[in-house]
Design a protein around this ligand. Structure first.
Ligand code: NAP
Length: 271
């Protein structure tokens, strides 16, 4: 199967490296279409397959085309590649907020898969949620899921609205975690730790807690009960978080991200 990645930026590069590293494909079956000359030169030096600058030289060779340009470049891209689109090709779009219906209408593609990856895909620890239209066969879906899984884990959803919901959870989620970590690191420094010590204390605490969660079948609330003894230090912190309504505020933040994803999907790119 010949794969063409359109857009050799952060995500395009992540996909190319993950596919090759996992040996799911080889450089002879991998193509990248990149319009920036500077990035093309860098891609050439990385030996990630054949690098192209024009769609008419590569699109017709591809069975799977991955759309990895920014959502604001989508319309221009669709116009640019539309003449080369063929019905049997599978299109996998990772562009945030760009709906399957829009891709079908503006690009004229038949088989469309839409996916929302996240940043830890760069280290094989990504979380991707994906869906497809009815034209994509089961075999094609499995093939694409195997490729996506080279960047981490994935789930398939039937409803496209859940792609926007996943943008608010796993897509933006790494930033929420960094936000919480940052606050804890600042608190550690206030309590007297050096910057490097604060970073280690917090990052190892997050890693340890998540690994523990993944190893045993307990809920977050049950784990909190295990750490927090009655009248102890953890309880003092958790009670303060509850008084400040931090739990509810986090949920509200996630809903705001979801609302914005829907808004962007409707074409409102205002910032
Ligand atoms: N980064 C993430 O963590 C993340 C997570 C989930 C989803 N996504 C989605 O992934 C997509 C790519 O994000 P990114 O961070 O990888 O963006 P990026 O680093 O800006 O990469 C996009 C690349 O595509 C190139 N490009 C634009 N139009 C093109 C065209 N017509 N033909 C060929 N190449 C073209 C751009 O070149 P120029 O720089 O010259 O414009 C750029 O090199 C976005 O739609 C985003 O919503 C990203």
């Amino acid at each position: 199967m010949k794969i063409l990645i359109i857009g050799g930026g952060n995500m395009g590069l992540t996909y190319a490296k993950s596919f090759l590293h996992s040996k799911i494909t080889t450089t002879s079956d991998l193509m990248i279409l990149e319009k920036s000359e500077e990035k093309s030169a860098l891609l050439q030096s990385l030996n990630l397959g054949t690098i192209y600058s024009k769609p008419d030289t590569c699109l017709h060779q591809a069975d799977l085309i991955i759309l990895a340009v920014k959502p604001q470049d989508a319309t221009q891209l669709f116009e640019y590649i539309k003449p080369q689109v063929e019905d049997q090709q599978v299109y996998l779009s990772i562009m945030a907020g760009v709906k399957i219906e829009t891709i079908a209408q503006e690009l004229g593609a038949k088989k469309i898969i839409r996916a929302m990856p996240n940043l830890p895909a760069q280290i094989g620890m990504g979380m991707t949620v994906f869906t497809s239209n009815d034209e994509v066969t089961r075999i094609e879906l499995v093939m694409v899921q195997n490729l996506i899984n080279t960047t981490g884990k994935s789930i398939y959803v039937d409803k496209e609205e859940l792609i926007d919901a996943s943008t608010a959870i796993s897509g933006s989620g790494p930033a929420y975690v960094f936000y919480f970590m940052d606050a804890m690191m600042k608190a550690a420094k206030d309590l007297g730790f050096k910057e490097s010590e604060s970073a280690l204390l917090v990052s190892q605490t997050f890693k340890g807690a998540v690994d523990l969660y993944n190893k045993q079948n307990l809920s977050c609330q049950e784990w909190i009960q295990k750490v927090a003894s009655r009248g102890g230090t953890t309880e003092a912190a958790i009670n303060t978080f509850a008084e400040l309504k931090i739990y509810e505020d986090i949920k509200q933040g996630v809903h705001a991200a979801m609302d914005r994803a829907v808004e962007l999907g409707r074409g409102n790119k205002k910032v």
